[in-house]
Design a protein around this ligand. Structure first.
Ligand code: 4AD
Ligand code: MG
Length: 489
């Protein structure tokens, strides 16, 4: 049977036309003269109101039209008598695909807490909030591919199962088909991975970067967009064990080019969402306004969601070095009053309290920090020749050509760098941090044969969705979150 999406009906079907829609009941309301059913099919945040006269539908049918039931409704589109919608569907015929026992159906037409909805993640896409998030997420993913395609990048699929630890951080999920109760052992009592499926120890990837570099040094400009896994035991509102990362990698780009690309890219995909998700963003903005009202005055955001998104799109990101940032932090009020949990000094890995101070209090806009201490960054980052100096002439180093993009309410949204293209410097650094050159001989071959300056970065897709939707917890912007002790659905 031909049917129309509710989105297409609401955005253009003519009054008087006969049509069928299919969807799930959000609410049913009965008055003396009529029955009103709000139907939603997921194509838009907006419901289509279907109306029957009192007594028109058999009692058996009427009883089954409850919140969550799935229906097909055929009827005539008419101009609405009531306020709140331009058109409504005058019901001719109703077919019930699936009733939803109101005693058992967990979603009721009222506000449910996000915590409760996380426990029913299999049904939460049927709520306004989650369907809006998922549509915005889709639009952003589409915008990512569009941006890179329009700018001459090639989509490269890097492996999900790998034998290398790209970030050198060791927070990986093992992939193995060995019997955990009785694994084969080597003579010295260790597990013998040579007998495992791949004949070696393998893990789920923490980043597609190393393989991305191979692509860039052949195709020029590539990007990856795939699932990424980290077994860090971070139970925060910003970390997932399984998340999606977008990693562009470009031959002949230096750090400045990398920054310019990151800024243009993020602005472009946010602009796409503003242009294509107006209804969903308006809904999410109102949701946030209600949520803000429950907070203390000083914690309330000065900007609404849409104002915040437009602000990011319309303003230049602030660029400064790590060394300059440390100076600002050391001279800040919270540092002087001892309000930071972690003390600030050159060489520390900035904590999110520091990042958020810079972005939310000091600059009040996105910030790109560069030239971090070498000791706290990955082995593959290009080493700076000159040491860093601050305004008082103090000298620090060594540093690397790293960049982190920090966003309000999020902290780090992008991490990247120019890459060390000098084989000797790279292998010397690897030896210092204990990475076996044999393990990634293929990576080092790019520096042996036709090496070139190159750079890239990784954008955490869920952190972007978090920012654009104004949600507060990363588990609410991915359909099925994976976090410590959480893999039910
Ligand atoms: O800063 P990270 O670790 O950088 C890399 O993996 C590089 N290989 C990227 C590159 O240069 N190609 O991660 C990049 C981004 C972070 O800025 C953050 O947005 C996101 O990935 N991210 C996470 N998002 C959700 N949950 C986690 N556990 C994340 N860890 C990193
Ligand atoms: Mg990082």
């Amino acid at each position: 049977m031909a049917y129309k999406s509710i989105k297409s009906v609401l955005s253009g079907a003519e009054a008087g036309s006969e049509l069928t829609v299919k969807g799930w009941v959000r609410t049913k309301r009965e008055s003396k003269n009529a029955i009103f059913v709000a139907l939603n099919d997921g194509s838009t945040i907006n419901n289509l109101q279907a109306v029957a006269e009192a007594g028109q539908l058999p009692d058996d049918t009427l009883r089954l039209i409850t919140t969550g039931a799935c229906l097909a409704v055929t009827g005539t589109l008419v101009e609405s008598q009531g306020s709140g919608q331009a058109v409504e569907l005058k019901i001719g015929e109703v077919h019930i695909y699936g009733p939803a026992d109101p005693e058992k159906y967990p979603l009721q037409p009222k506000r449910h807490s996000l915590e409760f909805l996380r426990e029913i993640a299999h049904l939460r896409p049927r709520t306004n909030t989650f369907s809006a998030i998922l549509r915005v997420r889709h639009a952003l993913a589409f915008a990512v591919h569009k941006y890179y395609n329009d700018n001459g990048f090639f989509y490269l699929n890097t492996p999900i199962i790998t034998a290398s630890d790209a970030e050198g951080a060791g927070e990986m999920f093992r992939v193995s088909t060995l019997d955990p109760l009785n694994p084969p052992k080597t003579e010295d009592g260790k597990i013998d991975y040579s007998q495992d499926f791949f004949g070696r120890e393998t893990n789920l990837t923490v980043s597609g970067q190393l393989e991305g570099e191979l692509g860039a040094l052949a195709l020029g400009k590539i990007y990856t967009f795939g699932p990424t896994f980290r077994a860090e035991n971070s139970n925060t509102t910003r970390h997932l064990a399984e998340f999606w990362m977008i990693e562009p990698e470009m031959a002949f780009y230096e750090l400045e080019d990398n920054m310019a690309l990151a800024e243009d890219f993020v602005k472009s995909v946010i602009r796409y969402a503003l242009d294509h998700c107006a209804d969903d963003l308006a809904f999410l903005e109102n949701r946030l306004i209600e949520e803000e009202k429950t907070k203390k005055k000083e914690e309330q955001s000065e900007l609404t969601l849409l104002e915040k998104l437009r602000f990011v799109v319309d303003n230049d990101f602030e660029r400064l070095t790590y060394t300059e940032a440390v100076e600002i932090l050391r001279n800040s009020k919270p540092a002087k009053k001892g309000q930071f949990q972690y003390e600030v000094g050159w060489g520390i890995d900035l904590q999110s309290e520091h990042e958020r101070y810079l972005v939310e209090k000091h600059f009040k806009k996105p910030v790109i920090l560069t030239n971090y201490p070498r000791a706290i960054k990955s082995f593959y980052m290009k080493q700076d020749n000159e040491p860093a100096t601050n305004s008082r002439g103090e000298v620090f180093g060594p540093t690397v050509r790293a960049m982190d993009v920090l966003f309000p309410g999020i902290g780090e949204i992008i991490g990247g760098s120019q890459r060390e293209d000098d084989l000797d410097k790279l292998t010397t650094r690897m030896a210092e941090v204990g990475i076996d050159p044999e393990a990634i001989w293929w990576y080092l071959d790019t520096r042996r044969f036709g090496t070139a300056p190159h750079a890239g970065f990784g954008l955490g897709f869920e952190r972007l969705v978090l920012f654009v939707t104004g949600m507060g917890n990363i588990r609410d912007v991915i359909p099925f979150p994976r976090a410590p002790k959480q893999a039910e659905f």
